[in-house]
Write a protein that binds this ligand. Sequence first.
Ligand code: ATP
Length: 361
Amino acid sequence: MKTFNIAVLPGDGIGKEIMPITVELLKQVESGTGGYRLCFYDLEAGADLYRRTGEAFPEETFEAASRADAILLGAMGLPQIRYSDGREIAPQLDLRERLQLYAGLRPIKAIPGIPRILADPRAEALDLVIVRESTEGLFSYRNTGDEVDDRIARDTMVITRPVCERLFDFSFQLARRRKAGGKPGIVTCVDKANVLSSFAFFRKIFDERSRRHADIKTAYSYIDAMALRMVASPWDLDVLVMENMFGDIISDLGAALIGGMGMAPSGDIGDSHAVFQPCHGSAPDIAGSGKANPTAMFLSAALMLRWLAECHDVQDAARGADTLQQSVEAAFRAGELIPFELGGQAGTEAIYTAVRRQMDR
Ligand code: ATP
């Protein structure tokens, strides 16, 4: 039986609150499904560790995480704890860059029962995926932008061919898997190719790679037009692929469409490593209050199981992913479990208990 080693990094703030219950659900799914084993090992990194030890992400912790089959991460960083030069502590970004996790997978899938921000009933079945390039683009100079004489500040956007080729292939393969499940099979390249040459290059490589995936349709959208479409008609979209900062912004917009940051899962995926974490941060304003919505973390764990199943061809792990996803959906379906984030009364424990109850059925 296949055993998957899972590195668990709860991190800071609400990360510490949503992680233990997620591991409990994963154990429950594993024992109910059978056919694979999960071996969890806890690792410490983040702002709180930095405050206590002066180190945010010790090298041995990085090494241990990189040896795992998958990494599950809560949230990292606290606004009041920073490096001496003022930078925020963000080991999750170090993981993305050092492990080359170029494909940021951000599913935007509505959960019926969660209050809809869009009145149109088609929003109830919203199901699109944003693939955010996560290692370069406008964020590649995040520590090295230059400033001249207090007069000019510059950051450079970097788009490279090898990363784009892998990113687009990933997006087309994703659209193919979704098409097999009844989705339209369309990848939309989102850019600003009418203004910046770096984006014209991005689009050129998209076109080149699309020829290798003739079964999948292609479409194009400038980022400004896409911002409008995400609000006006997101149900027409399937897979969207875009540069790092555009993806950062559009995925928050997408999260709003499905109920907020606490509902939005993500995976940062490379050729041989992957990190799964909710889209939100450590939410220090609600940490310790019991109000954190753990749903995005649960759904990120389901994404992890699905990715492991695909990489290692372990169908039981895919069944486990379905069980976890369906249990979350069933818990919310009646419309009575409304997270604090959405004006309701359901906190971390209540949401966990409701999902767990569905799983035990
Ligand atoms: P980062 O820059 O680290 O991504 P952020 O500045 O975007 O973080 P978050 O920590 O994501 O901020 O929090 C933004 C707001 O959303 C806060 O008011 C926070 O309380 C709320 N929030 C975030 N995650 C959740 C959650 N899981 N449940 C409830 N509220 C949340």
